[in-house]
Design a protein around this ligand. Structure first.
Ligand code: BGC
Length: 491
């Protein structure tokens, strides 16, 4: 080999060596970033852990809160009268306001032994600007939709002559109920924020709007969706003793003996009351809160409120995942050198999207890939990045579902239904509603498995979770019927 060849050979060797070094350095850097991303994931997973011992502490804290709430005035839970009749007759309406959609329902009750004869409903969405606008704008919009629906009432619905139409108003926000037909809004939840309703009687606001439109209808019952679900469930099955909503927001209601409520001084004909727990506002030092939860709470519309709801309900699961992904994007560039702008938008990642990603059974995680493109405008992700995303969905859904199961255990404890008494064959039926429970299979499966883990196999067999499809609308109409002003006239 000549001198020149040797020199060239050396130069090539040096160049190859340098290029290899660059590749190795890049790979190390990439691996370093990757390691960091995995570190963020691992840390998040650890902070979200919900071992059985912790869940039991959460359940106990929930039971303690329930006792405190029954004793002290001005504190949730909030009472309402219990459904006493099941033989009402006539046409009744229900209006269900509790999220971005609201429903209006019409039922014809056939009287003793006949039950529900006809029912119809319509659904409309609330324009986003009305969720943060004024009281008049919101209630007038709702009253107008209600009026349209009433105008379509067919001849099969029979309103006895001389009677005004009656409405069960399901208003699914925290209300201090002052009677069956009045209650003041304590605070908004689920993305609503209309200052001039807070502290006002919501029935008065709706009635004013109905009057303005000349809609001849009165509110006979103001109910929460949990209470409506419980009443609707109990109409069909007497073993229903509690209702849980797992949807955009979350809450539970259960049947309590009137004597067990120190702050209740009024009469109770049946001896039973329905307690609307407003469990979404529960908080405890045992809740596994992470920095992401704290930041979401602090930057949201209602900081400091609804802490439990923010860990378990549909409005928030996607947002928690978005926050973890954003941190990974900023600190570890998992989506490349620029942080995807969409990822910076609060609440852009909705729980139905994360649910779809979590349930992606394809080997190359095609659904995840599509959702990333469609919702976050991120393309060209590697399979391992997509796997991280599925893992994040799993962590957040598992924490939420297990904590929801702990809440149910707390309620069962308060009702003395967390153990079996000798020879006890009694079933405890929980009416369950809400899109999160209905559509997020991994979530509902995990909730039920966790409940079994907490209760043990035998007690778990005595618990039935019954999916109540729109139980709250029918329940509200039934409550309107059982609290009809015409019944009071007769008694
Ligand atoms: C509200 C409750 C409601 C629950 C489920 C919560 O945000 O405070 O009143 O029952 O959502 O809709």
């Amino acid at each position: 080999m000549g001198k020149a060849t040797v020199v060239v050979g050396c130069a090539v060797a040096v160049a190859v060596g340098l290029a290899a070094a660059v590749v190795v350095r890049r790979r190390m850097k990439k691996e370093g970033k990757w390691g960091k991303a995995m570190g963020i994931l691992k840390e998040f997973e650890e902070k979200c852990a919900t071992p059985v011992a912790k869940l039991k502490q959460v359940a106990d804290a929930m039971t303690v809160e329930m006792h405190a709430g029954l004793a002290s005035e001005g504190k949730s839970p909030i009472w309402v009268f219990y459904l006493q009749h099941s033989d009402e007759e006539g046409v009744y309406y229900a209006l269900d306001l509790g999220g971005t959609n609201f429903r209006v329902l019409r039922v014809q009750l056939g009287g003793k032994g006949v039950g529900l004869v006809n029912q119809e409903f319509t659904e409309a969405s609330i324009p986003p600007n009305l969720m943060t606008g004024t009281s008049d704008a919101l209630f007038e919009y709702i009253a107008a939709e209600l009026a349209k629906f009433v105008a379509q009432e067919g001849p099969e619905y029979k309103l006895p002559p001389g009677r005004q139409r009656e409405l069960g108003f399901t208003f699914s926000f925290p209300v201090m109920q002052t009677s069956i037909t009045s209650g003041t809004l304590l605070r908004w939840t689920k993305g609503f924020s209309i200052d001039d309703v807070v502290g006002q009687d919501v029935v008065a606001q709706l009635s004013k709007a109905m009057q303005k439109l000349g809609l001849d209808m009165c509110v006979s019952a103001l109910v929460n969706d949990t209470v409506g679900t419980l009443a609707g469930g109990r109409y069909n099955n007497k073993d229903v003793v509690a209702a849980v909503i797992l949807g955009t927001g979350s809450n539970a209601a259960y049947v309590e003996r009137a004597q067990a409520i120190p702050k209740w001084h009024g009469p109770s004909k049946s001896g039973d009351m329905v307690i609307n727990m407003e469990w979404g506002n529960f908080r405890s030092s045992h809740l596994p809160l992470t920095d992401y939860d704290h930041a979401m709470d602090a930057e949201g519309l209602n900081p400091g409120d609804q802490i439990y709801e923010k860990m378990i309900s549909g409005m928030y699961l996607g947002e928690i995942i978005r926050r973890v992904l954003l941190r990974m994007a900023v600190e570890t560039a998992i989506f490349g050198d620029t942080v995807p702008p969409k990822l910076k938008e609060p609440f852009v990642l909705r729980t139905p999207d994360t649910s779809a990603m979590h349930h992606d059974a394809s080997s190359d995680l095609k659904v995840v890939d599509n959702k990333l493109k469609e919702v976050l405008e991120i393309s060209n992700t590697s399979l391992r990045v997509r796997k991280i995303i599925v893992e994040l969905c799993n962590i957040v859904a598992t924490r939420g579902a297990r904590l929801a199961a702990a809440g149910i255990l707390g309620v069962l404890k308060k009702m003395g239904r967390d153990t079996l008494k000798d020879g006890d064959q009694q079933k405890t039926v929980i009416a369950m509603d809400g899109g999160l429970y209905e559509h997020y299979t991994e979530f509902s499966k995990c909730l039920e498995n966790t409940l079994e883990e907490l209760l043990g196999e035998d007690v778990f067999k005595s618990i039935v979770i019954e999916h109540a499809n729109d139980g709250s609308g029918i329940g509200a109409a039934l409550l309107a019927a059982s609290h009809s002003k015409y019944l009071e006239d007769q008694s």
